[in-house]
Design a binder for this molecule. Structure first.
Ligand code: P70
Length: 462
């Protein structure tokens, strides 16, 4: 059961199917363009959408808004040092700023940054600094049906190949994303982290964690890795970070806050260069783009997320949504990851060709059916035409991600989501593809406008 009681409630918007059809049309079949108060269950992202606790709200009242040396900063710094164990702690307003600062100093033309799989903002920040962002996840991590406990693991052979090819001196750092968001929220094992560290040590390459879902990853280690059954989540997290030289963190995930992030490192010189950039772009080092009260909420959230009752509910809630869908025959990426369900849209709608955006059509169908909003991770987000050949390119998989916000929805809400998706599955053959009517030159998925191919198909049928 939910390990919390509800003190403040927010009304869930209800709409009719007719209204939703009209909303979809007005939004150009792009779920990013739908106002949130027209969404019944919002699974667009687990980022910045958590419900804060009474203790976090109480912390907000303790906000010390002094420009320099706010007492909340010291509380935050002490908390981060205790969990993550790194010497230098630099607050930022969200994760991508931490990435930007770190890579602005370390990455340049001719360098490469390996990762299990880069998340979009990490990839974009590496590439923006003219570096090469390389993915080295194990092959099974790309197979939607491979049922393995640690599908986020780094493939050490691939990593070593990259190091040999690029030359260790051209690899300023190696990243590891825990859990591996772009690969389905899959965890990385402690054994794999340890071995990665050992390999990098042979070449003198620093290891940094992209740590936004570190508590969920720690929970999976406790459950799935034999030597860790009796260990506390805090001690598992501390061990993970002991193998690294630092981390970037979007606290909008496992920090349980609506805005916040930070960067950690053990490297004094690096921390000085980053702090100089921080002052230029974000703010003074004891607030880094955040209010004092935000730092306090983050300090409290980082401790709350380590609570095993919370984590066990969290992981089970996502798992039970996965199980409900699997039982009804809905094709999803298995095993279920930590923060989201990834519906395999290619297998769900085999009659829609990739040019007609099956995952986007499916995300729209979930909304039309029950006001459930997910996010397309497929040809709309990652496809497009190759810059040199002009040929259409598509990502490996067509997926709709249903990310579950933390402490927001109940088990009954998850049942509603499963029923909605199962109803769409029953009528899957009636779903038509889409075509683009407007697209921006970069990151087109946020602002694209589309329309159904229905009319055209009807003409073909006649
Ligand atoms: C998500 C959001 C953010 C993220 C992440 C990892 C592994 C860094 C960041 C950046 C982004 C998103 C995607 C689709 C719709 C809405 C939002 N992930 N590293 O949902 O952190 O956002 O704080 O700059 O997952 O996965 P930040």
């Amino acid at each position: 059961m939910e390990p919390f009681k509800i003190k403040v409630v927010e009304t869930i918007p209800q709409t009719s199917r007719r209204e939703r059809r009209q909303i979809l049309e007005e939004a150009g079949y792009n779920l990013f363009a739908i106002p949130a108060d027209r969404v019944t269950i919002d699974l667009l992202t687990d980022s910045g959408t958590a419900a804060m606790s009474d203790r976090q709200w109480a912390g907000i009242m303790l906000g010390d808004e002094s420009y320099a040396g706010s007492k909340n900063y010291y509380h935050f710094e002490e908390t981060v040092r205790e969990i993550f164990g790194y010497k230098y702690v630099i607050p930022t307003h969200q994760g991508r700023v931490a990435e930007n600062l770190l890579f602005s100093v370390l990455v340049k033309k001719g360098t490469a940054v390996p990762n299990n799989i880069h998340f979009d903002t990490t990839r974009a920040n590496v590439e923006f600094n003219d570096g090469l962002a390389l993915d080295c996840v194990i092959d099974a991590g790309l197979d939607p049906n491979a049922d393995l406990p640690f599908k986020g693991n780094m493939d050490l052979k691939k990593l070593e190949g990259v190091i040999r090819q690029t030359g260790a001196s051209n690899i300023p750092l190696c990243l590891m994303t825990i859990t591996n968001n772009s690969g389905g929220g899959q965890p990385v094992s402690m054994e794999n982290i340890r071995k990665t560290r050992k390999l990098l040590d042979q070449y003198g390459i620093p290891l940094y964690f992209d740590a936004c879902r570190f508590a969920e990853n720690s929970f999976f280690i406790k459950e799935r890795e034999t030597d860790y059954r009796e260990r506390s989540i805090l001690s598992i997290a501390r061990e993970i970070f002991s193998y690294g030289d630092g981390c970037t963190m979007s606290a909008k995930k496992d920090g349980l806050v609506n805005m916040g992030g930070f960067l950690c490192t053990n490297d004094r010189e690096l921390s000085q260069s980053i702090t100089n950039l921080l002052i230029l772009h974000e703010g003074f080092p004891t607030y880094g783009g955040l209010a004092g009260r935000d730092l306090e909420a983050m300090a409290v959230g980082l401790r709350e997320v380590l609570d095993e009752n919370y984590l066990s509910f969290r992981i089970r809630q996502v798992q039970s949504l996965g199980d409900m869908l699997h039982k009804r025959g809905v094709p999803i990426l298995r095993p279920t990851g930590g923060h989201a369900i990834y519906v395999n849209a290619g297998a769900f709608l085999p009659h829609i060709p990739r040019e007609a955006f099956p995952a986007q059509a499916l995300a729209c169908a979930f909304y039309e059916e029950g006001g459930v909003r997910g996010v397309e991770i497929g040809s709309l987000m990652f496809g497009g035409n190759d810059k040199t050949t002009g040929e259409a390119k598509h990502p490996e998989l067509e997926m709709v991600r249903l990310a579950v916000p933390r402490r927001v929805y109940t088990t009954r809400h998850m049942q509603y989501v499963a029923e909605t998706i199962a109803a769409v599955y029953e009528r899957r053959e009636s779903i038509q593809g889409l075509e683009i009517v407007y697209e921006a030159p970069v990151l087109r998925h946020f602002t694209a406008r589309l329309r159904p191919l229905e009319e055209q198909n009807a003409k073909v049928r006649n």
